[in-house]
Every structure is written in structure tokens, then in C-alpha cells.
Design a protein around this ligand. Structure first.
Ligand SMILES: [Mg+2]
Length: 289
């Protein structure tokens, strides 16, 4: 048995790290355009409001399409914020172009680029200060899975070095787990293809993730973001007729739409689970072995 396991938000609690990214992003905006520093908060609130009003249109934009929705996790919410601000700057709305000019004076090409820098800063802080964002149950669950001879492969958009560094903080670096970082699950190809999930259309044209899934052929996948982690494995299992267990790791930010859909959908051969606790995986392994 093999399980592909997402990292951020599945094995880690991302709340604090996402707050760090948000703070770095907003503080830089205030610093580079001091005469409008007071306006940063208002601008940010306006973006959140606009994203809430039209959640289908906002999120992690790749290739001109929404790859994952802003309401799916706290990092993706910041992706939505940055993309929306770049769009506003382009359209000359809400004075976003003034901030964009200030960014460019500081050799930062866009709001999305500022977000990448803010994310990188958070990653460096986590490592430098040895902040361990892993959930306390992770050690027990990983060892439990391995004891049932489940092969665990961490597949994440985060870099392999970030994941290795965090596992080391918890003294888990010697566990026989493979890590496939920089997985680019968010990257979309040139052939748009979606599946309908509630009132959302979720992209499944994800060539980088598809290559990994084709190579690994897992019996189970766990993720906390339906669009990024689970939509494609579900589609591929439907096409191939292979059985699969898909776990949506529920967090305080998990949107109702993905949770409801997972709980109320039925596909032959695909077992869909919404789980509050990682330890459910060990029970699953016990039943499956
Ligand atoms: Mg995740």
C-alpha cells in the first residue's frame, strides 16, 4: 500500500506560518509607500471582501486560470490577494497602481513577486528559529503507517529542503519516507479541463502532478486542499478504474463546499473521506493491511 501525503496543512498547522507571510507582505507594502501606509489595511480588507463576493474567480492563478481557490487554505488566500492586487494595478483601481510603482522602484516586479518574497522569508524564519509547525500527532501517525507496511511519500509544493528541515526538528529525518518537494501541483497545462464540485469548477489539467501520480500509482492520497491535492487523483482513478482512498484533511479554514461535496458524493471504487484527525489514517492502514 502506498499513500501520497501533502505536507503543509496536512502534517503541519499552517495558521502561524500563513500569518507570518501576511504580515511580511503588508508590512513591506506599508514601508515602500509610506505616505499611504495607513491605507494598506483598507486595501487589504477591500481585497478580502471582493474575493468573498466572488470566490470562484479568485485564488492561485496559473496560466490565466484559477488553480486553487482563495478560500481553500490560508496560503492560497494570500495568492488570491496578490493576484487581485496585480489585476487592480493593471486596471488602475483603488490606487493599487501607486503601490505597484513603489514595488517596482524597489525592484519587486509585482504583488505576486512580493508574495513569493514574503513566503521565502517565512520559510527562512521557520528554519533559522527552529520553529516546528508539525502537528503533535505526526510522529505517532507516520510510525503507525510504516508499522503497517504502508509506503509514505510526501508530495508537496514546498521545497524538499524545507520539509527535510522540519522533519529533522522533530527527529523524524531517519524514517524511511520519501519526499517529493517542488511538486508543482498548482501548475496548469494548456488544455483546460475541469470537474464540477458544488458551484466550483476545479481544474484537473495539472501535468506536473499527473506525472507524479502516474509514476507513484498510490492507493491513497491525503491533502487539505481539494483542488490541489485530490481533484486529479479522483479523476485519474475514475479513468483507470483503479480503486483509491482520498482523504480531505479538515482544518478550521476548510471551506464548506469541498467538505460537503466529499461527504455527499459517490464514485464507484473511490472512497472519499473527510477527517479531523490524522490518526484515522492508521486505522485505515490497519483495515487495509
Ligand atoms: Mg496543503
Amino acid at each position: 500500500m502506498k499513500i501520497l501525503c501533502d505536507f503543509d496543512g496536512v502534517l503541519t498547522n499552517q495558521v502561524e506560518e500563513a500569518l507570518q507571510v501576511q504580515t511580511a507582505f503588508l508590512q513591506t507594502l506599508a514601508a515602500i509607500h509610506p505616505e499611504q501606509a495607513q491605507g494598506v489595511e483598507t486595501l487589504y480588507k477591500r481585497v478580502l471582501q471582493v474575493m468573498n463576493e466572488n470566490p470562484w474567480r479568485h485564488g492561485w492563478v496559473r496560466n490565466g486560470r484559477v488553480s486553487a481557490f482563495a478560500n481553500e487554505d490560508l496560503f492560497i488566500r494570500m495568492n488570491g490577494v496578490a493576484s487581485c492586487l496585480d489585476q487592480w494595478a493593471y486596471e488602475g483601481l483603488y490606487k493599487a497602481d501607486a503601490w505597484k510603482k513603489a514595488l517596482m522602484k524597489n525592484e519587486i516586479g509585482s504583488f505576486v513577486e512580493l508574495l513569493d518574497l514574503s513566503f521565502q522569508k517565512m520559510v527562512e524564519t521557520t528554519q533559522a528559529e527552529q520553529r516546528n509547525p508539525l502537528d503533535p500527532e505526526v510522529t505517532k501517525v507516520l510510525k503507525g503507517l510504516l508499522s503497517h507496511e504502508v509506503e509514505v511519500v510526501i508530495v508537496s509544493n514546498s521545497s524538499t529542503s524545507r520539509i527535510e528541515g522540519i522533519l529533522k526538528m522533530a527527529e523524524l529525518e531517519k524514517l524511511p519516507i520519501r519526499i517529493r518537494g517542488n511538486a508543482k501541483k498548482y501548475e496548469l497545462g494548456n488544455e483546460p479541463k475541469t470537474m464540477e464540485v458544488g458551484s466550483y469548477f476545479v481544474e484537473v489539467d495539472r501535468p506536473f502532478y499527473q506525472k507524479i501520480l502516474d509514476e507513484e500509482k498510490p492507493q491513497a492520497v491525503i491533502g487539505d486542499v481539494f483542488s490541489l491535492d485530490l481533484a486529479l487523483p479522483l479523476t485519474l482513478a475514475q479513468q483507470s478504474g483503479e480503486e483509491i482512498d482520498l482523504f480531505l484533511r479538515k482544518r478550521e479554514y476548510t471551506p464548506q463546499w469541498s467538505q460537503d461535496w466529499m461527504e455527499n458524493s459517490y464514485f464507484s471504487g473511490c472512497r472519499l473521506h473527510v477527517i479531523d484527525e490524522l490518526s484515522v489514517l492508521v486505522q485505515w492502514a490497519q483495515g487495509a493491511s
